[in-house]
Design a protein around this ligand. Structure first.
Ligand code: IMP
Ligand code: MG
Length: 186
């Protein structure tokens, strides 16, 4: 029997080996950049960033804390992004004086992260940087400085490795392009 996700899969965009190789590199880069840092906080943006966070964190040898925050864009259809963002779940830690590295699955229009970064900045962290596994630069509507990018991708809807298709298939070990013809009944 084919796996349940097969009918939504147009192609595997980034396989497990490529993901893990790139995440290892990002970890090494972060280890160098934060080598002297005593108060590093990896802040995962839920839910999509969770697979990336757990893998990335295990490549970071600088002692660090982890915390979670959930944000969502709303106002347009389920797979679109509007200019309005809200914080659904705030992190538990005080970021003041900490070196915060935001870990996100994908940056599309940039609205979600622009809002999250603005909120965090007002709480006066010692530094604030951004690490995204995937970046759709062609879709950007607001300017964002992304410090670490795993992969630059085209404007296609992707799922797997934290990213969902109507809340499903976040558990896949690879990133796949969704078959848009099958999506209407997803
Ligand atoms: P932005 O605010 O437009 O940058 O949207 C960012 C959020 O939209 C991400 O955190 C994802 O949850 C979601 N998103 C954007 N593109 C995709 C995609 O191709 N697949 C799955 N989720 C996506
Ligand atoms: Mg999502």
């Amino acid at each position: 029997m084919p796996a349940a996700y097969q009918k939504y899969l147009a192609e595997v965009l980034i396989d497990e080996a490529a993901l893990q190789a790139r995440i290892t590199q990002l970890g090494e880069q972060i280890n160098r950049d934060y080598a002297e840092c005593a108060d590093l906080l990896l802040l995962c943006i839920l839910k999509g960033g969770v697979m990336f966070l757990t893998d990335l964190s295990r490549h970071i040898h600088v002692p660090h804390m982890i915390d979670f925050m959930a944000a969502s864009s709303y106002g347009v259809g389920a797979r679109k992004t509007a200019g309005s963002v809200r914080i659904d779940m705030d992190l538990t830690m005080d970021v003041r004086g900490k070196h915060v590295l935001v870990v996100e699955d994908i940056i599309d229009s940039g609205h979600t992260l622009a809002f999250v970064l603005k909120t965090l900045r007002s709480r006066q962290p010692a530094s604030l940087r951004l690490c995204a596994l995937l970046n759709k630069q062609s879709r950007r509507e607001v300017a964002l400085d992304v410090d670490y990018i795993g992969f630059e991708i085209e404007n296609k809807f992707v799922f797997g490795y934290g990213l969902d298709l109507d809340e499903r298939f976040r558990n896949l070990r690879f990133v796949a392009v969704a078959n848009t013809a099958a999506l209407t009944d997803a």
